[in-house]
Design a protein around this ligand. Structure first.
Ligand SMILES: [Zn+2]
Length: 55
């Protein structure tokens, strides 16, 4: 694989989201990082984590 392409992929790495109901983690695409996603295990909504980069 092209090393430049590989670094681009790691830069947009999927984030892990933990379901508050069943505690399972699932991968969320960077596009949905600030959106509520649906848990694939129990179907409940997983809200986006608070933005911790702004202090
Ligand atoms: Zn769940």
């Amino acid at each position: 694989m092209n090393p430049l392409f590989a670094s681009v992929i790691s830069a947009v790495a999927y984030t892990k989201r933990t379901c508050p109901k069943c505690r399972k983690t699932q991968m969320v695409s960077p596009r949905d990082k600030k959106k509520t996603v649906i848990c694939k295990s129990c179907g409940s909504e997983i809200p986006p984590p608070p933005d911790q980069k702004r202090f």
